[in-house]
Write a protein that binds this ligand. Sequence first.
Ligand code: PGA
Length: 261
Amino acid sequence: MTTTPKPLVIGNWKMNLDYVEAVHLGQQLGVMLKNKPAEHTDIVVVPPFVDIRSMTSIIESERIAMDVGAQHVSAYDNGAYTGEISTTMLKRLNVQWVLVGHSERRAMYDMTDEVVLSTLQAVVRSGLKVVLCVGEALSVREANEQNDFVTQQLKSALEGLDEKFHELVTVAYEPIWAIGTGLTASSDQVGAMTIHLRSVLAQLSLGAARVLYGGSVNGENAATLLGEGGVDGFLVGGASLKAESFMSIIQTCDDCYDVKR
Ligand code: PGA
């Protein structure tokens, strides 16, 4: 029997919201989730490093059903790596998730496939959950080479991954041309890519991994992307910075899960 995995909604705040603003948003989300709990949806917020302690404190004290993730982590355990943060440091703060290979880090901070691999390995070795981000640039899509492109990204990061780490893996498909642009991929494009990703993941014995979509997701397009796109949830940027828009995506996932079951 196959069971539908619970939807997962992750809010990537990127370099937005200082710790005072983070506390405010955390409190708003806490109140909204108390009034209307998202019973079937896993929720993660991924703030800048300096907000993490405040977020985990609020979540613990207010008992908010939400995890905290990190946007980046070092592939090294400790040592002379100025400006970096280790998996051990994140775990001490009760962080449970780490984004790896976000296109902004790949493009702006020289995050090669090799660095994605070593970072992903460090994350899972420490027992943290990883969200591996993959996705093509517009030129790749225009040449209709998106499937080969993401296959290569998936394989270089996940091939040969020890089976004991498989349950820690989530994949987010984020076409670069749809990130922060207001240009959402169509549900047909997302649907075709989701089928492709699931077949590559199955070849890698990772068929149970959740597949998310990211790129200009909002309360209006979430239902169609979830239904016709066939994804298990979303990696949300801009719309996760406001409690109302983030909550509307969460509620959409929660309602869709009820219908699907
Ligand atoms: P966006 O960002 O929702 O603002 O397009 C998505 C992401 O980069 O994760």
